[in-house]
Design a protein around this ligand. Structure first.
Ligand code: SF4
Length: 340
């Protein structure tokens, strides 16, 4: 492949077509780092609002290092993968103590920080400090698979290693623009669902998938994932405009966040009444509110929701009003779905 011409095309295309994004206005490593962590799960358009709120509240590494966990999780609410938020804070604390508050400038040093993987280290080192290292995410893997016509499974670590090695070899001087160009191409032109916009793609004359008519078959993504299915009964316990919530355990899935009381399994009405007794509660009305599903990476929750107006509150739960729930308590998306 004509790699010299290809890398030049990507850099030039990016410089002429890049979208204006808040974290791109200056090459501030803190802003790039936060945005990259947020972007790992969510698309750019959805991240903008979270990012603006987060940076308005925590404009510097020092602010992030000392933020209280409850506030941090509230700012992260809706983005999922809450350990990423905790790791951001942990890393900020480490940067404060070990690096005097300045983000390290090399891929090697960045990679040693908690929660900074190869991709984020590559993005920060290349975009902010010009280091010639790749940043390989799903967008980059897709563009590269189509461009080279590769039928290798992009979910395999080996495939990622090979793409990383190739990109390291062909990396141009403008490493940041090249990496961002590849990501941007994947986000806006060589898109994941549906046909890519090959006619406006700067790589159309080089692209093997386009030449062979294989753009819809590539990349190959073969999942070998057995997701566990879990049934849960979730309770919206209400009493005079207040609703019961509780804090989840400090370890495991969604640790430290708030949830509506719930138990494993699909309970019948008789079992629900028994459960209310163990909670020292009595239901005035019990209304079945339907079912909700939420998918995590390794487990799928099937939630059966009941709204129960209770006669009096107990002390096992926190009883909060709508405004408190909205502003103070971080609740994961699975339970937000139930609430809606
Ligand atoms: S030509 Fe089409 S398939 Fe090939 S890289 Fe561009 S958008 Fe993707």
């Amino acid at each position: 492949m004509e790699w010299g011409a290809i890398t030049k095309c990507i850099v030039e295309w990016y410089q002429q077509n890049k979208r204006i994004l808040p974290w791109r206005e200056e090459k501030n490593p803190y802003l790039v780092w936060v945005s990259e962590i947020m972007l790992q799960q969510t698309k750019i358009e959805a991240v903008k609002e979270y990012y603006a709120r987060f940076i308005a509240e925590l404009p510097t590494i020092a602010d992030l290092a000392k933020v209280e966990e409850e506030k941090l999780l509230k700012l992260w609410e809706g983005l999922g993968y809450y350990n990423r938020a905790r790791n951001l804070k942990k890393t900020a604390m480490q940067i404060e103590t070990e690096y005097g508050g300045a983000i390290p400038t090399t891929w090697e040093q960045l990679k040693k920080l908690p929660g900074i993987g190869e991709y984020t280290a590559g993005a920060v080192a290349s975009i902010c400090f010009g280091e010639k290292v790749p940043a390989v995410d799903g967008n980059v893997l897709r563009v590269m698979a189509r461009l080279t016509g590769s039928k290798k499974n992009i979910l395999l670590t080996d495939t990622k290693k090979q793409v990383t090695a190739l990109l390291t070899k062909i990396m141009p001087e403008e490493a940041g623009d090249f990496n961002e160009g590849l990501m941007e191409l994947g986000e806006t032109v060589c898109i994941p669902n549906g046909s890519p916009y090959c006619e406006i793609c700067p790589l159309k004359t080089f692209c093997i998938a386009k030449a062979k008519g294989e753009t819809m078959e590539l990349p190959v993504r073969e999942k070998n994932l057995c997701r566990k299915k879990e049934e849960r009964t979730v309770f919206l316990l209400t009493k005079q405009g207040k609703i019961a919530i509780q804090k989840r355990k400090e370890t495991g899935l969604l640790s430290g966040m708030y949830e509506f009381p719930n138990v494993l399994g699909k309970l019948e009405e008789k079992e629900i009444n028994q459960l209310l007794e163990t909670w020292k509660l009595k239901g005035k009305t019990i209304v079945r509110k339907g079912e909700k599903k939420h998918i995590f990476s390794h487990v799928e929750w099937h939630m059966f929701v009941y709204q129960i107006e209770v006669i009096k509150e107990n002390t096992s739960f926190l009883w909060v009003d709508e405004e408190m729930l909205e502003k103070q308590y971080a609740m994961p998306t699975a339970f937000q779905k139930v609430r809606k």
